[in-house]
Design a protein around this ligand. Structure first.
Ligand code: ZN
Length: 440
């Protein structure tokens, strides 16, 4: 499976996280079903946006790309995204890109013109098949002046010249750099071979990016008709809106993952990103996040109550069939999540040890596929942890003193200690397994 990865020139925003989290979910589901799944997601480390960021900041391209690649990977890790098996960098495949372009030129699907190389969209019969567009539609109403080096207005760039200190590589068409679409065609083929099974990405990439990937790969390999010689299946996720509006620089509503992580655990964001079906847009509001936090709090409270119930660790990698069946139905996350809630209720009502083991295992195994409930319940709930500089030993001592007072039926002293703890900002709860405490 190949999913288009980030162009690394800035912090990733919450919308960038959606294709990564959905691809990660799909990979986790596929791994339940198949013995070997190879997941590839690239890093675009050469692009005009990166060049512009370098001009604006005065930092070198390498400095920018290595900084933001690291940040991207850290953010994805916080969201529970398993690192791709292969994370190819565009700049490591320049020679392979040049070779792919040469194949297209020799097949007559691409042509060199004025230091550029362009793909001739009239030479690929299935152009527009993925997006459902035809070449005439694409040009209707277009007032953009067609560049002089293009034969047809819809032709797209495979290679372009680099001038004025722009980064580039020597090629048969002069010093230049690849077009973005070419990068993905090359990295997918080099990493997985052709055809590979699944290609993913956001819906905004269907046209022109994915349409052009297909045209290039089919054009280079002389398979004029059949797009499936490149990728057999495509999966596209819908976009994320912020309070009902499209995220955009001009609206000033771009929210970075890194900022959310200052206030919310990555699991909260991940579950919120999975809260709607992947083909429907998500309306991202404070309420979406709050709902996700509430759900996780409930699960962790239930898990905390059975924290001393031992389960077989190997069993948590086998997703219960009800949850897996729902996910196998075009990643029906709502149905799968309803099943998880059902399991958590059964766990919470379990009285026998046998049932506790059964439903705790099912809950953790379902959560593993969703990529949630990976934290310690006590840590999540803040149990036994102080904020600020409170001395936890001091708190434990007070709790012991209170328990001694209670067992000798000195309830006024016990209440007095509870009040003292309360004044310190500590809330206590008496459970069958002893007294637990947390910061208020
Ligand atoms: Zn791509």
């Amino acid at each position: 499976m190949y999913t288009c990865g980030p162009t690394v020139y800035n912090y990733a925003h919450i919308g960038n996280a959606r294709p990564a989290v959905i691809s990660d979910l799909l990979v986790r589901v596929l791994r339940q079903l198949y013995p070997k799944v190879t997941y590839v997601s690239n890093i675009t480390d050469i692009d005009d946006k990166i060049i512009n960021a370098s001009i604006e900041t005065g930092d070198s391209i390498e400095k920018i790309t290595s900084k933001y690649e690291k940040i991207y990977n850290e953010d994805m890790q916080s969201l529970g995204v398993i690192k791709p098996d292969i994370q190819p960098h565009a700049t490591d495949f320049i020679q392979e890109m040049i070779e792919l372009v040469q194949k297209m030129i020799s097949n007559g699907t691409a042509y060199a013109s004025d230091n550029h190389v362009l793909f001739d969209v009239t030479k690929y019969d299935s152009y527009g098949k993925l997006s459902g567009r035809n070449i005439d539609d694409q040009l209707a109403g277009s007032r953009v002046e067609v560049a002089s080096y293009k034969k047809n207005a819809g032709d797209f760039v495979l290679w372009k010249p680099s001038v004025d200190n722009q980064p580039g590589w020597e090629s048969p068409w002069g010093f230049g750099r690849p077009g973005w679409h070419l990068e993905c065609s090359t990295m997918a083929e080099e990493s997985l071979g052709l055809p590979f099974d699944i290609h993913g990405g956001g819906m905004d990439l269907i046209f022109p990016h994915h349409e052009n990937e297909i045209a290039q790969s089919c054009g280079a390999h002389n398979e004029n008709k059949d797009p499936s010689i490149f990728a057999k299946y495509w999966i596209h996720n819908a976009m994320l809106n912020i309070d009902g509006e499209k995220m955009s620089k001009s609206l000033g509503n771009i929210f970075y993952i890194r900022d959310y992580l200052k206030n919310y655990d990555g699991e909260i964001l991940r579950l919120a990103l999975l809260s709607g079906h992947y083909r429907q847009s998500i309306n991202w509001t404070d309420e979406t996040i709050k709902q996700s936090k509430n759900n996780l709090d409930k699960f962790y409270r239930i898990l905390n109550k059975v924290s001393d119930v031992k389960i077989n660790e190997d069993d948590i990698y086998k997703c219960p069939s009800k949850v897996l069946d729902a996910l196998c139905d075009d990643l029906n996350t709502s149905k799968a999540f309803a099943e998880i809630i059902d399991i958590s209720k059964k766990l919470s009502l379990s009285e026998t040890l046998e049932n506790k083991i059964k439903y705790k295992t099912q809950l953790l195994a379902s959560a593993y596929v969703f990529g949630i409930l990976q934290k310690s319940p006590k840590k999540w709930l803040g149990i036994g942890q102080t904020q600020d500089n409170l001395d936890s030993q001091h708190i434990e001592n007070l709790i012991n003193e209170r328990n001694e007072a209670r067992s000798s039926k000195n309830f006024s002293k016990a209440d007095e200690i509870r009040n003292k703890l309360s004044q310190l900002g500590i809330e206590i709860e008496d459970t069958p397994n002893g007294t637990i405490w947390r910061s208020k």
